[in-house]
Design a protein around this ligand. Structure first.
Ligand code: GLU
Ligand code: ZN
Length: 493
């Protein structure tokens, strides 16, 4: 039997880490088994649907390189792959359930259902939800209601006795009493729109899906889906509900923890291979040790058995670490290409790049490469090369517990060391040592000397290592900036 799996998102928001992990697991499972990876757009919720989300879905899959074997953009034998284009089908099958006696038309008005809910709440009655009011209407009663112009929905007849079991590859059998399944849920709304449950089950069957890998929050819908398969007389696929993705605090990953949308990660400068690798390790592991995998490797080694039953923790720091590793794997040329958009966006450079700028870039890339967590870090780290520092806040020159007069003396001293050092071909290490020795002389911590120097060169207290900054700036600019900074400090003193 050929493995056929699907990623079936609803385009009601940006693709987030949890969704992408579901997509990845499905994709790798399909590849590892020589099966098919299918994309299906579940856009039955027209109120929450947005074009932007749909576009974001396609962009995300494309950016990660998750190619679909069948889907809205590539077509396939069981299309269309967008639910809003399949409404006729859902209607036909819902009506078939009615004629088979597995479902029925309900004419209850929203007022009646509202009143019912209020009544149930007030009575704190054990029976919650629809009261099966229309489940036994006779043909005459139905024609009567219809002649009054009442519209109807189609509801599934959920058995009141017995139990339903979901066979879950990961979680084992999950069994629920049928009377705990919400009574007679709507399958087809009065406007002819299917509900999620109906469309989902019909499509998985029609598309010959063999394994349903989806988030664990869908487990509560599972019994209803099985009941639907039974009502149709179809065999249900195997389930594999995926453990949640949590933040470090044990709560479901959400905006409170940080960015969750793939688009944000992309914009900040995470590489697709790093995100893919790290997200694949959230709740899955190869041997509990190895964590670095290319996409091609995961396409071979992925297996369901190695999915963790416990929720996976999404650790932003760890992702940063992965990203840094992948950045360092890039050649300087590749990295330059990747950094360029950030430099353009910051207004540091403009296209076409002048020779001068190109040279700066060539020098910059290997220096920042070691220090980038995300590509956008290049902006704060290299601003000093493209903009003159403003020194508008003299307190920036002061390390903790250092007075302005001491910072001034420190900067003067460091300047002398650099001037003499460069004139006499002294090594960077020796100059650095002399500057550090100056700190001892002035009875301050090393930062008391390096801070004013760093701020003089870059205008910022966070920067590349001192001699890297000097190298990139060149001697002339370095000295000019120190002099400007000295006069600012003197005028403050
Ligand atoms: N459209 C559902 C979602 O957005 C799909 C659930 C499923 O995979 O069955 O998560
Ligand atoms: Zn009714």
């Amino acid at each position: 039997m050929e493995v056929r799996v699907r990623y079936a998102p609803s385009p009601t928001g940006l693709q987030h880490i949890g969704g992408v992990r579901t997509a990845l697991f499905n994709y790798f499972f399909a590849r590892a088994n020589g099966g098919k990876f299918i994309l299906r757009v579940e856009d039955t919720d027209q109120e929450r649907y947005s074009d932007e989300s749909l576009e974001d879905l396609y962009n995300t899959l494309n950016w990660l390189g998750l190619t679909c074997d069948e889907g809205p953009l590539v077509g396939g034998p069981y299309g269309p792959y967008v639910q809003s284009e399949r409404f006729e089908l859902y209607k036909k099958y819902a009506e078939q359930l009615v004629s088979d006696g597995k479902a029925y038309r309900c004419y209850c008005t929203s007022e009646r259902l509202e009143a019912l809910r209020a009544e149930q709440q007030a009575a704190k009655s054990e029976m919650q939800g629809y009261d099966r009011h229309c489940s036994n209407l006779s043909d005459e009663e139905r024609s009567e209601l219809e002649s009054q112009g009442l519209t109807s929905v189609i509801r599934l007849k959920v058995p009141t006795e017995g139990k339903t079991t979901i066979h879950d590859v990961l979680m084992g059998d999950i069994t629920r009493r049928n009377r705990d399944v919400s009574p007679d849920p709507i399958l087809l709304k009065s406007d002819g729109f299917p509900t999620y449950h109906l469309a989902n089950v019909i499509d998985d069957h029609m598309m010959h899906i063999t394994h349903i890998m989806r988030a664990q929050e869908w487990i509560p819908s599972g019994p209803l889906h099985i009941l639907l398969y039974e009502a149709f007389g179809w065999e249900a696929p195997l389930y594999c509900h995926l453990p949640m993705v949590m933040g470090k605090d044990g709560q479901k990953l959400s905006k409170r923890h940080g960015s969750t949308s793939v688009r944000d990660f992309k914009e900040k400068g995470y590489l697709p291979e790093a995100l893919m690798n790290y997200v694949s390790m959230v709740g899955w592991s190869y041997d509990g040790q190895r964590e670095f995998f290319t996409k091609e490797e995961l396409e071979k080694v992925f297996s369901l058995e190695k999915i963790n039953k416990a929720p996976g923790v999404f650790d932003y720091k760890k992702l940063d670490w992965f990203n840094g590793q992948y950045i360092r794997l890039k050649s300087d040329e590749e990295l330059a290409q990747l950094l360029l958009p950030y430099m353009l966006e910051a207004g540091f450079v403009s296209e076409p790049l002048s020779e001068d700028v190109q040279a700066k870039f060539v020098a910059l890339v290997p220096v920042v490469k070691e220090r980038l967590k995300v590509l956008s870090d290049v902006v704060p780290l290299s601003r000093f090369l493209f903009e003159e520092p403003q020194y508008s806040d003299p307190s920036l020159f002061l390390a903790k517990n250092v007075e302005l007069s001491v910072a001034l003396t420190a900067l003067e001293g460091a300047y002398e060391i650099l001037k003499k050092g460069f004139a006499g071909n002294v090594s960077n290490e020796d100059m650095e040592q002399s500057i550090a020795a100056l700190a001892t002389e002035l009875d301050v911590k090393v930062n008391g000397v390096f801070m004013p120097l760093r701020v003089a060169l870059t205008g910022s207290s966070v920067s590349l290592p001192l001699f890297d900054s000097i190298f990139l700036l060149g001697q002339e600019k370095t000295f000019a900036r120190i002099e400007t900074a000295l006069s600012v400090l003197r005028s403050e003193g």
